[in-house]
Design a protein around this ligand. Sequence first.
Ligand SMILES: [Fe+2]
Ligand SMILES: [Fe+2]
Length: 479
Amino acid sequence: MSDVVNSERIPNNVDLSSDKKLQRALEAWQPKFLDWWKEMGPEGFQEDQIYLRTAVSVDSDGWAQYDFVKMPDYRWGIFMADAIPDRTIGFGDFMGQPAWQQIPGEFRNVLRRLIVTQGDTEPASVEQQRLLGQTCPSMYDLRNLFQVNVEEGRHLWAMVYLLQNHFGRDGREEAEGLLERRSGNPDKPRILGAFNEPCAHWLSFFCFTYFTDRDGKFQLLALSESGFDPLARTTKFMLTEEAHHMFVGESGLTRIIERTLALMKQNKEEDARAEGGIDLPTLQKYVSFWYSVSLDLFGGEISSNAANFFASSLKGRAKEDKYEDHKVLEGTYRMDVPVVSGGTFTGFKSEDVPLRTAMNEVLRDEYVADSQRGVDKWNRAIEKAGFSFRIELPSRRFHRATGIHAGLHFDPKGQPLSADEWEKKKYDWIPSPEDEAYVKSLMQKPICDPKQMANWIAPPPRGIKGMPVDYEYVRHQVR
Ligand SMILES: [Fe+2]
Ligand SMILES: [Fe+2]
């Protein structure tokens, strides 16, 4: 097992002190990261003591420590999963060769792009969520928000370590760029669409952590198969933290639905809005929105980039082990591709796409199935409460901005629509400005009393790390 050094300025298990040049480069980046954190991290709570977990090793039964800490004092460290001795590459053209400890020159640019794109999502989500503390439904939820935020900060560190260690000057420039782009800023936006969308309230936050962090899970699973061993080991450990982010999303949405069902029962018209809750049709619109923008993150259905990533053994499939053929030189993926003639959609044509070229779609399939699991659970709860409403994931053609459906319009069932029909009907399916205003109206101020919970969400069944739900997870100084 690799030794962990926690006494240094940058906690790590990568033997940072043996490479003075790299250590200096990272120590020079550290204050810039902190400046970014103070400017773009959670607003209004930087002086508070928060009950947070901190990664201190990669040991499966004791990798994290829980304690009160001010966020700017959080110990963002660099950790890699333990090396697998004599690991060989598990897929692609280089299958069976020893995993690379250094980057093969010919793949340098592609790999840098992969790492930068992943790295960019980490600070982006912190920026998207920076004002949410001011409208938190409870101290329990506030702490979970900050837990997600500090860990996204650590994920940024993980990617910056790879950039600085393996890409020399380019890597240092990319590391600076990661702190310079800003979510939603038209002049210097974050790289991927969903990470520029506003996340203005807690319903969006829970949808984001359910759907968008889940894209993160599948990207990390695919990268953790990489033939470039440092990337594989880094992303493997990031998955440990990512699981909590999706827990926050899933449990948050489960608790909203639980509360909504209770409010529907107590209202004569079964109207949750009349009781100050989030009605199921509104919740459905946020599900459809965040699911569709997250589907875009997987990239085009037919993608030569995806084929190259796979061929060059840089990015595999999630859990490559479960497949039989790891070279994928044969095989096709059948998909219905929209046919557009003279700017208008004329129908679908079935195409057999070479499987390597369809790797984004293969990964998206896994994501869709994983997303459906929570939806099924919510529908069981709704059914059990005696209501007929069902939450549905829309067709993957719906509301897409990348790939073969981009620029076309489909309803949630995947039926084509003209641009006019879409304009007329879109707010039946995605949140309207009025929906956004309504949801925000429920979340006007933070609930800072640990004994209280906002009206629109049920309390969680249990607290954190054996503590009670009403524990003071954030020692908030009212200033
Ligand atoms: Fe992350
Ligand atoms: Fe995450």
